[in-house]
Write a protein that binds this ligand. Structure first.
Ligand SMILES: *Cc1c(COP(=O)(O)O)cnc(C)c1O
Length: 429
C-alpha cells in the first residue's frame, strides 16, 4: 500500500466534513453523491500555489466536463478559477454560475459553425481545433481581428485508457505539429489575431515524464510560430490531465517535483525562443474535484451464486467509469470502517447488464444487507456521465461544508424519466 485515502472515521463510521456518512444516507437516502466543499478548495489551492510560486502569471481553467454541478463550479469561481468549456452547454453553464466571458476558454471539437458563432458572440476565448473551424469562423460576422488560440497535437500520448489519450498520431484532437506554422499564418491571413496555443495530451497523468514531453514539444512549436509567423503569445495552455490515486497501489502526483520540472522547462524555452512572459494556463478537471465526492450506496442483496455477489442500490448509470474504462474505484464500508477485510467479493450494481460491476474480487469486511458502502473518488466524470438507463431516476447530490449540508441537486422523481416526451395524439385513440 503506498496511498491511503486519509479518510476521517469515528466510532467505526466514515466522516465526511464533520458529518457521519451514515446519518447523511439516512436523511437524504441512497444512492447519494456527497461532495466535500473543503476538499475542492484544498485541491485548487494546492495546485495553484505549487505552480504560481514558481511562475506567478498563471491561470487555472477548471475543465468543467469533470463536474458541472452549479455549486461545484461556484466554489471554483469564488477561488478565482477560470473555466475550460468543451460545448456551448458548458459555456452557458459557466456564464450562469457567474464566470466572466474572458474567464472562459472554449475548446470545442468537431464544432458546427453555429456553435462557433455562439461562442464568439458570448465573447469567450476560442481554442480552434481544425483548419475547417478556422475558415468557418472567419465567415461569421464580426470575427475580423478576433483573438484566437489554436489547439496543436504535440505527438505525445498519455492516459489511463485508450479512450483518454488525446495526443499522438491516433488522436482526433488539434492540428498536426508540422502544419502549425502554416495554420497560424493562415489565421493571420484570414484576419485573426492569434494570441494562444493549446494542447491537452490525456488524462490521469501521475508522473512528470509525459507532461514534460508535451510541454517541450509544444514550446518548440510555439517558438517556431513566434519566430516564423511573428505571433506574440499572451498565453500558452498545456491542458489538464493531472491524475489522482484511485487505488492504494498508486502514488500521488509529486506536485513539488512536477511543477518545478515543468516550470523550469517552460522558462528555459521562453528564453530560448525569446517569447517574453506569456500567461501559463492549465486545465485541471479531475485533480480539482475527483477526490471531493463519494457515492453512498446501500447493500440490498448478498447472494452466493457461482461467485459471491454483494448487490447495491445503484449501477453504472450512477458511476460509469468502472464499466466504461475498467477503472478501479476504492470502496469502503461506511458503517464498518475499523473492520478487517475478510473476503474477496464482487460488488455489483442494480442494472440489467453483466458489465454492471463496481469491483471484482475486492477484499472487503464481512458485508451484510443494510451496510452502507462509499465509493471513493466519485467527484470527476461521475454525475456528468450519469444516465437514467433502465429507467432509474438519477440520485441527489449534497454538498457538505464542515458541519453544514445542502442539497445541490434534488433526487430525480419517476416523472423525470420521461421529461420532455409526448405521445402523438393520433396514438391516443
Ligand atoms: C477533459 C479535458 C481536460 C481535463 O482533463 P482532466 O484529466 O480531468 O484533468 C482539460 N482540457 C481539455 C481540453 C479536456 O478535454
Amino acid at each position: 500500500m503506498s496511498y491511503d485515502f486519509n479518510l476521517k472515521t469515528k466510532d467505526n463510521h466514515l466522516i465526511i466534513g464533520d458529518l457521519d456518512a451514515n446519518d447523511l444516507a439516512e436523511k437524504y437516502q441512497t444512492p447519494l453523491y456527497v461532495v466535500d466543499e473543503q476538499k475542492i478548495r484544498e485541491n485548487y489551492n494546492k495546485l495553484y500555489s505549487a505552480f504560481s510560486s514558481k511562475y506567478p502569471k498563471l491561470h487555472m481553467c477548471y475543465a468543467s466536463k469533470a463536474n458541472t454541478a452549479l455549486a461545484v463550479m461556484k466554489i471554483l469561481n469564488t477561488e478565482g478559477s477560470y473555466i475550460d468549456a468543451v460545448s456551448p452547454g458548458e459555456i452557458y453553464t459557466a456564464l450562469t454560475v457567474g464566470f466572466k466571458p474572458e474567464e472562459i476558454m472554449f475548446t470545442g471539437n468537431n464544432v458546427t459553425t453555429e456553435e462557433l458563432e455562439y461562442a464568439h458572440k458570448a465573447g469567450v476565448k476560442l481554442n480552434i481545433d481544425s483548419v475547417s473551424a478556422l475558415e468557418r469562423l472567419s465567415t461569421i460576422e464580426g470575427t475580423e481581428g478576433r483573438e484566437i488560440s489554436i489547439r496543436v497535437n504535440p505527438m505525445v500520448e498519455a492516459g489511463h485508457h485508450e479512450h483518454c489519450i488525446t495526443g499522438g498520431p491516433k488522436s482526433k484532437f488539434g492540428i498536426r505539429e508540422d502544419e502549425a506554422v502554416e495554420v497560424y499564418q493562415r489565421a493571420v491571413d484570414l484576419g485573426f489575431k492569434p494570441i494562444g496555443m493549446h494542447s491537452h495530451i490525456g488524462s490521469e497523468i501521475l508522473e512528470s515524464e509525459p507532461f514534460m514531453l508535451a510541454v517541450e514539444s509544444m514550446m518548440n512549436i510555439a517558438g517556431k510560430v513566434h519566430q516564423e509567423v511573428g505571433v506574440d503569445f499572451k498565453f500558452l495552455d498545456f491542458g489538464g490531465g493531472f491524475g489522482i490515486p484511485y487505488s492504494p497501489d498508486e502514488d500521488e502526483l509529486d506536485l513539488e517535483t512536477f511543477t518545478t520540472d515543468i516550470i523550469n522547462l517552460f522558462k528555459s524555452k521562453l528564453e530560448e525562443y525569446d517569447m517574453g512572459e506569456p500567461y501559463f494556463f492549465i486545465e485541471p478537471g479531475r485533480f480539482l474535484v475527483g477526490n471531493a465526492a463519494v457515492i453512498l450506496t446501500r447493500v440490498n442483496t448478498v447472494k452466493q451464486s457461482y461467485r459471491k455477489f454483494v448487490g447495491v442500490d445503484c449501477g453504472f448509470g450512477t458511476l460509469l467509469r468502472p464499466t466504461m474504462y475498467g477503472s478501479y474505484h476504492h470502496i469502503v464500508t461506511a458503517n464498518k470502517m475499523d473492520e478487517e477485510d475478510v473476503e474477496e467479493i464482487d460488488i455489483a450494481g442494480n442494472l440489467c447488464e453483466s458489465g454492471d460491476l463496481f469491483a471484482r474480487d475486492r477484499p472487503m469486511p464481512k458485508l451484510e444487507e443494510g451496510d452502507l458502502l462509499a465509493i471513493l473518488n466519485a467527484g470527476a466524470y461521475a454525475f456528468t456521465m450519469a444516465s437514467q438507463y433502465n429507467s432509474r431516476p438519477r440520485p441527489a447530490e449534497i454538498l457538505v461544508n464542515k458541519d453544514q449540508v445542502d442539497i445541490i441537486r434534488r433526487r430525480e422523481e419517476m416523472s423525470d424519466i420521461f421529461h420532455g416526451q409526448s405521445i402523438p395524439t393520433r396514438l391516443l385513440k
